[in-house]
Write a protein that binds this ligand. Structure first.
Ligand code: NCD
Length: 330
């Protein structure tokens, strides 16, 4: 018999699932961002042989489209020395099309012994269901209109890098707060910080879910909702967080209707003039017209930097998630 790492496997490791921002405490975020800062400041992200995960693999299975989340996880995995196995349209190209349950697919994929499974699924709560039966860590890369915890970490990391603090902030969120899962995770994360004020400007039917507002306000966050975008709001904000209309999650009869209403929230060069010089515009992307391309050259535009931070941030996160897993074999 060979002495391959995998033959030394022992059981008893609790998988470090990443399911919701509610599981991140201050110490976790501080340690994670210190590691991500270090990685972001490296000219070449070359990980020393004793720190990388050569010989191991991770799985990325997405049942919903993605560019940034999938590619930045994939890149982070490669840079950490992992082999990465990707299924990018699992709804069509996996046995889901034959009727296999998500649970059975996860039982099979985890049996191939990846160090973790990064999972995106159109149904709220599906990723938690997968985690309940998976012996390897499951990372929630977006569950329908539920949460997107790694995007919230990325949003906070961008705020930390660009503004230099994560407390005492005025945050204006524009667009679709009802179905935009990144806004749900972000306000939950902000509610853990000190002295944060949130304003939203959305179509009337696309406000933050009421139960979420209740939760975050009970933690001390102030949330003020408006149905129009004004110069005063833009001048007030340290962060303007823009989102697209989540048309794939809207009831079909509402799509055209909201599309017209959405126009009034568009960020133009003229409107950005009202913003303070230190303020920053974030967007989880993709943008589909909510920010004019003329805004890209302005100093407040930080959304492409935000996307680029996805690699060091997810490298740091993978290192944390995989730490215990890999000990099973070492
Ligand atoms: C977001 C998502 O998938 O929720 N994109 C992303 O992960 N960067 C936002 C969106 O699709 O609008």
């Amino acid at each position: 018999m060979g002495t391959d790492k995998k033959t030394q496997k022992t059981s008893g490791v609790t998988p470090r699932h990443i399911l919701s921002v509610d599981q991140f405490d201050h110490q976790f975020v501080a340690d994670l961002f210190a590691d991500a800062d270090h990685l972001a400041n490296m000219t070449h992200r070359v990980i020393s042989p004793d720190e990388n995960f050569a010989g191991f693999h991770m799985d990325i299975t997405f049942y919903e489209p993605s560019t940034r989340t999938r590619k930045s996880f994939e890149t982070a995995g490669f840079l950490l020395g992992l082999q990465v196995s990707v299924t990018e349209n699992a709804g069509a190209f996996s046995s889901a099309i034959k009727g296999e349950t998500l649970e059975d697919s996860i039982r099979v994929l985890s049996g191939y012994d990846p160090l973790c499974i990064v999972l995106r699924h159109p149904e709220k709560g599906a990723v938690a269901r997968a985690a309940a039966i998976s012996p390897v860590p499951i990372i929630n890369a977006g569950d329908g209109a539920g949460e997107h915890p790694t995007q919230a970490l990325l949003d906070m990391f961008t705020i930390h890098r660009e503004i230099g603090r994560m407390d005492d902030l005025k945050v204006l969120i524009l667009g679709d707060c009802r179905y935009g899962r990144t806004t749900h995770s972000l306000v939950k994360m902000l509610s853990r910080q000190k002295n944060i004020h949130v304003k939203t400007a959305t179509p009337e039917q696309l406000t933050l879910p009421e139960d979420l507002v209740e939760t975050v306000t009970s933690r001390g966050l102030t949330v003020e909702e408006a149905y129009a975008l004004t110069e005063e709001q833009l001048a007030w904000a340290d962060i303007v967080y823009v989102t697209r209309l989540q048309k794939e999650r809207l009831p079909a009869e509402d799509r055209a209707n909201f599309h017209t209403q959405y126009e009034v929230f568009r960020l133009t060069e003229e409107r950005v003039k009202a913003m303070q010089p230190h303020a920053r515009i974030l967007h989880p992307l993709p943008r589909v017209g909510e920010i004019d391309t003329a805004v890209d050259a302005l100093p407040q535009a930080a959304y492409f930097k935000q996307a680029a931070y996805g690699v060091p941030l997810r490298m740091a996160l993978l290192r944390w998630v995989l730490q215990d897993q890999v000990q099973k074999y070492r």
